[in-house]
Design a protein around this ligand. Structure first.
Ligand code: ADP
Ligand code: MG
Length: 270
């Protein structure tokens, strides 16, 4: 499959839990092509986070193989795995995992410092561009504790995108957001997807599911169904929030105005 960017074959994940073993994933086969906008749906405990952690190379499968962009991750050294994570993957964690003592600018810059590919001036330019794209220029020097949930989510998105990864993984990206901010975040991701970035989300939020082009449903650690959405089904009524169907990333990002996105109800996440 020349276009597959992620391939899982016969993947099991067991978690030893005292005397028992939790079988979090069982016999998962999955192929994601470059350019997809795919949702992993399923109830709490069905294995969504475990699946994303394996694809994101933050955890390893108990059995089976996980191939990312042609590399069998089980055969990579720790150093090569770190390189893969840094250069090809962007991970938006459910709890954002921002560094509390760093401000928004520094959090977004962090992957670039670890990559050590860009000099200070190029890093600053890249980070400033991302801050502007997610509508946080005025908040560059605020720490996570001084930002709302929606703003923190946008910092996490900018941090996942700053290294220009081939694939962005997002674990329940709208779970901590009010509906308006959630719709704007989804529009931003759809706009970026149109420029070629592959997106893989986990969610049980119907607003996210209805925007997907492919929905993989998990039940009890197994893939229960895998369906392509018709173009009509992929156009969400929430698109009425802004005419996002055919707009450029810049236009979609422009909808992330601080006034609309920083709904006080969003400021509840940890
Ligand atoms: N670190 C862990 N130790 C033990 N069990 C775990 C661990 N992480 C997840 N599990 C279990 O694995 C199953 C799948 O969890 P998870 O992938 O978090 O599901 P989801 O993200 O769909 O809610 C659940 O039964 C969960 O309790
Ligand atoms: Mg989860």
């Amino acid at each position: 499959m020349p276009d597959a960017i992620v391939t899982l074959q016969g993947v099991d994940k067991d978690y030893p839990l005292g005397a028992v073993v939790v079988r979090a994933l069982q016999g998962v086969d999955l192929e994601i092509d470059a350019g997809e906008f795919t949702v992993i749906a399923g109830p709490s405990g069905s294995g969504k986070t475990t699946l994303l952690n394996l694809i994101g190379c933050v955890d390893v499968a108990t059995r089976g193989t996980v191939t990312i962009d042609g590399a069998n991750t089980h055969k990579l050294s720790e150093r090569d795995l770190t390189r893969l994570r840094l250069h090809k993957l962007g991970f938006i964690f459910q709890s954002f995992n921002l560094v509390g003592v760093l401000d928004a600018f520094q959090n977004i810059e962090l992957p670039l410092l670890l990559q050590r590919d860009l000099g200070a001036a190029a890093r600053t330019e890249r980070v400033r561009g991302l801050l502007e794209q997610v509508g946080l220029t005025a908040f560059a020097h605020h720490r996570p504790g001084e930002l709302s949930g929606g703003q923190r989510q946008r910092v996490a998105i900018a941090r996942a995108l700053v290294s220009q990864p081939r694939i962005v993984l997002a674990d329940e990206p709208t779970a901590n957001l009010d509906s308006v901010t959630g719709a704007q975040i989804l529009e931003l991701m759809q706009a970026l997807n149109r420029t070629g970035t592959t997106f893989l989300f986990s969610t049980h939020d119907p607003r996210v599911v209805e925007r997907a082009r492919r929905v993989v449903r998990m039940v009890d650690g197994r893939i229960d169904s895998d369906s392509a959405m018709s173009p009509a089904a992929a156009v969400s009524p929430a698109a009425a929030v802004s005419p996002a169907a055919a707009v450029s990333p810049a236009a979609a990002l422009a909808t992330l105005t601080p006034a609309a996105a920083d709904h006080p109800a969003a400021a509840t996440s940890v």
